[in-house]
Design a binder for this molecule. Structure first.
Ligand SMILES: *[C@@H]1O[C@H](CO)[C@@H](O)[C@H](O)[C@H]1NC(C)=O
Ligand SMILES: *[C@@H]1O[C@H](CO)[C@@H](O)[C@H](O)[C@H]1NC(C)=O
Ligand SMILES: *[C@@H]1O[C@H](CO)[C@@H](O)[C@H](O)[C@H]1NC(C)=O
Ligand SMILES: *[C@@H]1O[C@H](CO)[C@@H](O)[C@H](O)[C@H]1NC(C)=O
Ligand SMILES: *[C@@H]1O[C@H](CO)[C@@H](O)[C@H](O)[C@H]1NC(C)=O
Ligand SMILES: *[C@@H]1O[C@H](CO)[C@@H](O)[C@H](O)[C@H]1NC(C)=O
Ligand SMILES: *[C@@H]1O[C@H](CO)[C@@H](O)[C@H](O)[C@H]1NC(C)=O
Ligand SMILES: *[C@@H]1O[C@H](CO)[C@@H](O)[C@H](O)[C@H]1NC(C)=O
Ligand SMILES: *[C@@H]1O[C@H](CO)[C@@H](O)[C@H](O)[C@H]1NC(C)=O
Length: 416
């Protein structure tokens, strides 16, 4: 049986059937020579998160995103048997990944403890609220981790029929809590389409309207209480960049008369546009979170030429490397996040950082590699982009819960 890359990249519910179409997501991953030992600069942030038996105390000395992975013998919160939301592409247990040590680590912030995920507490905070994950398949990966983490407490019903049909967007309702979770598929955040719909491949160009938010999410988002925005590797693809309807340049379109612009140009504009769109929605009062770049870990080759990720334990800080492009993407998005946060104050809008990049740089062992499908299936790429479930991505939701707790506590205080 042949499994197309589309299945690999999008999940089996993909409406895409053509193998070429399929390639594109991956195409995104263009990898450069590994640069040894290039770590994001550590600058202490004044945030703090510490738990004191279900109450939050804010400690001025702890940044929960700064830390290391430590052995944790209890193992994961759930398995492929106890959680039914794991799609095959991330179901590493099902497909026989032989090593299981990658499941036995927890994130340990340098100056505090990161509390275990408490599904009951999470549900109490989000009762009557709505949460949206906006981005590519990694946004969905995080959402599925969250569905798994909540399994003990409640199971959601599929309410996708209530929303306009959009490829790869899903909507769930936890009826007992009236809490809804949506994932909006929008890998570029801005309006985008193929330049040639009859010929899609990894070399095919995309049109990106950098100043127009993608309606797939923007038209639906106004009433959401939490909006988690992310974007990443799709920006490696070649693109024609439009602003105000006019072509302003392109990335790798190979046309002499069109100005070549870096992919970071488009990345910056896409975040600017996404954040501005939220700020300009009259009734939007949600908390916006930027989930920072999720690093890939191809080694021994590039993604489409035998690259893989076969490590079975986390990197230490001395071993970690960061592809320079990933670092630039990270800096660019954080820049735009800071601008948005500043502007948001005028309107009383909150922007928060789900600063997962550093923690994930240390987890080359957390990807499916070749365990996102049966071994006899003919899949030519290894997946060093997404994350196994269960796996280190569950930590994103532990961070998320801490942020929600702080916001929840401060909003209760505001009422007095
Ligand atoms: C994200 O966390 C890392 C690790 O603590 C830190 O070095 C970096 O400065 C943080 N980024 C921001 C924008 O706060
Ligand atoms: C939290 O609760 C445990 C037992 O329930 C207790 O031993 C511990 O001292 C408490 N911690 C704090 C900070 O109150
Ligand atoms: C779960 O994984 C085990 C191997 O660890 C496998 O035998 C089983 O079929 C899987 N079940 C599901 C529902 O994925
Ligand atoms: C559920 O919450 C939504 C807001 O997220 C609200 O509009 C709706 O009225 C609530 N439904 C019920 C039955 O309380
Ligand atoms: C769900 O319940 C099991 C059994 O009580 C427990 O081991 C696990 O940690 C729980 N998971 C979560 C996410 O609360
Ligand atoms: C892409 O979208 C633009 C409008 O944004 C439209 O004019 C164009 O025809 C579309 N191209 C294709 C190939 O669908
Ligand atoms: C689109 O792709 C098809 C198939 O490769 C090709 O025949 C056609 O000429 C392309 N159209 C344009 C406008 O480039
Ligand atoms: C670039 O040149 C081609 C013909 O070679 C022309 O069709 C196209 O309109 C030109 N584009 C721009 C932006 O000038
Ligand atoms: C596997 O897929 C490749 C490319 O799609 C194809 O060339 C090859 O013949 C396939 N091999 C098998 C055993 O089906």
């Amino acid at each position: 049986m042949t499994v197309y890359a589309s299945e690999f990249l999008y999940g089996k519910h993909t409406p895409y059937n053509s193998p070429q179409n399929a390639l594109l997501l991956l195409l995104t991953l263009i990898f450069f020579a590994m640069v040894p030992f290039y770590f994001l600069k550590i600058t202490p942030s004044p945030l703090l998160y510490l738990e004191d038996n279900n109450t939050v105390s804010i400690m001025s000395s702890c940044d929960m995103f700064k830390g290391r992975w430590v052995p944790y013998h209890e193992g994961p919160y759930y398995t492929n048997v106890t959680c039914r939301w794991i799609i095959d592409q991330q179901n590493c247990l099902k497909f026989g990944r032989p090593d299981t040590d990658y499941l036995k680590w927890r994130w340990k912030p340098d100056d505090c403890e990161l509390p275990l995920f408490d599904a009951v507490h999470f549900m109490e905070i989000v009762r009557e609220k709505s949460m949206a994950f906006v981005g590519d398949s990694l946004a969905r990966n995080q959402m599925e981790s969250l569905l798994c983490l909540l399994t003990n407490v409640s199971n959601p019903i599929d309410v996708s029929y209530k929303y306009p049909a959009n490829k790869l967007s899903y909507h769930w309702l936890y009826a007992e809590y009236n809490f809804s979770i949506s994932t909006f598929w929008s890998p570029y955040l801005v309006k985008a389409n193929d330049t040639n719909t009859s010929h899609r491949s990894y070399t095919s160009l995309m049109n990106l309207h950098l100043d127009k938010a993608d309606d797939a999410w923007a038209a639906q988002i106004e009433g959401f209480d939490y909006v988690i925005i992310s974007a990443g590797q799709w920006f490696f693809r070649p693109g024609m960049f439009y602003e105000d309807g006019k072509l302003v340049g392109c990335h790798k379109c190979l046309k002499d008369n069109i100005t070549e612009l870096p992919k970071f140009y488009a990345y910056r504009k896409a975040f600017q546009t996404a954040f501005k769109t939220l700020q300009n929605l009259k009734n939007y009062e949600g908390i916006t979170l930027l989930r920072t770049l999720s690093p890939d870990h191809y080694e021994n080759g590039i993604w489409n030429d035998g690259g893989n990720c076969i490590r079975t334990r986390p990197f230490t800080r001395q071993e970690v490397y960061v592809y320079p492009d990933n670092l630039e993407f990270y800096r660019t998005q954080v820049d735009e996040y800071r601008n948005a946060k500043r502007r948001g104050r005028d309107r009383g809008l909150k922007f928060r950082l789900l600063n997962t990049t550093d923690a994930m740089l240390l987890r080359p062992d957390g990807h499916p590699n070749k365990y996102g499908h049966w071994q006899h299936q003919n899949i030519t790429f290894n997946d060093c982009v997404h994350w196994c479930l269960p796996g280190p991505i569950d930590t994103w939701n532990e961070f998320l819960l801490q942020i929600l707790k702080i916001e929840h506590e401060s909003s209760s205080v505001d009422k007095f």
